[in-house]
Design a protein around this ligand. Structure first.
Ligand code: SAM
Length: 248
């Protein structure tokens, strides 16, 4: 197995697949920041941010590197062990709670940004997706932004050989036909939909597995829409009363 030494920590040996995971994180962070900058949403020190279904809390910690204040970052998780992990890995003032995204323990209009990464894929029943979007709508400020990262219709191809992942029966949203946009359209307007990342199963045009040295080219190909992605990143604005069609 090829190994690499990572940045400032010369003791940390990373395998090639670790580097692909870092590449995927880099891509998703690049897209989150890129779209927030494009929308002029860069006042991170003054934002209150929520990640429901935060897993290990990595997205929130990343946003603190963009000057979000840890005390203004909130993670909500079903899993108590994930909440414990978040608390262990994050600054003590970050807010992590065990609970359901379908009944959030937060006041109305609290958040400037809500990020759902891999959460919508956990809900196979449309009514649950509607409950989730209703809760996000309630806790998000009127000028707030909803960022969704989730699996799309390419997922099966990338994961054909990983039954353990497929056994979780994650919901796959059809990004080409606006399935998620349709489910959220009562409350949210989509402003952006981008290919996000594809885990480490990239293939070169000749069908052989990509190597680390191919990553810059893969990055460019994804940005240019030449490389399929198993995940899509959507950004939504909240609909307000001002968006309702006027009479007459
Ligand atoms: C695919 S993981 C994504 C974790 C993290 N957001 C990330 O991007 O690394 C989905 C997470 O959502 C959590 N989850 C599932 N249903 C939930 C619910 N109803 N309320 C809160 N969290 C939930 C799971 O426990 C899991 O940690």
């Amino acid at each position: 197995m090829k190994t690499f030494r990572y940045g400032h920590d010369a003791q940390a040996l990373l395998s090639e697949s670790d580097l692909f995971v870092l590449f995927n994180n880099y891509r998703v962070y690049k897209y989150i920041i890129g779209i927030l900058v494009a929308l002029g949403k860069t006042d991170f020190p003054n934002y209150t941010i929520l990640e429901p279904g935060c897993g290990s809390g990595s997205k929130l910690r990343f946003l603190t590197e963009c000057r979000a204040k840890p005390e203004n970052c909130y993670g909500l998780e079903m899993s108590t062990s994930a909440v414990e992990l978040c608390k262990r890995l994050s600054p003590a003032v970050m807010n992590f709670e065990q609970g359901s995204a379908l009944a959030m323990p937060y006041d109305d209009d609290k958040f400037d940004i809500v990020i759902c990464s891999g959460l919508f894929g956990c809900f196979n029943v449309d009514q649950d997706v509607e409950r989730l979007s209703g809760e996000i709508d309630r806790v998000l400020k009127n000028d707030g932004i909803l960022v969704v990262i989730d699996i799309n219709e390419n997922f099966d191809n990338f994961y054909a050989n990983t039954p353990a992942v497929m056994a979780k029966k994650l919901r796959i949203y059809d990004s080409q036909n606006g399935e998620l946009e349709g489910l959220l359209e009562d409350k949210f307007t989509v402003v952006s939909r981008l290919p996000a990342f594809a885990i480490d199963n990239y293939l070169k045009p000749d069908g052989t597995p990509a190597e680390v040295s191919d990553l810059p080219m893969i990055d460019k190909d994804i940005d240019e829409g030449k490389q399929d992605c198993a995940y899509t990143l959507w950004v939504f604005f909240k609909k307000t009363d001002d968006d309702a069609p006027s009479d007459g």
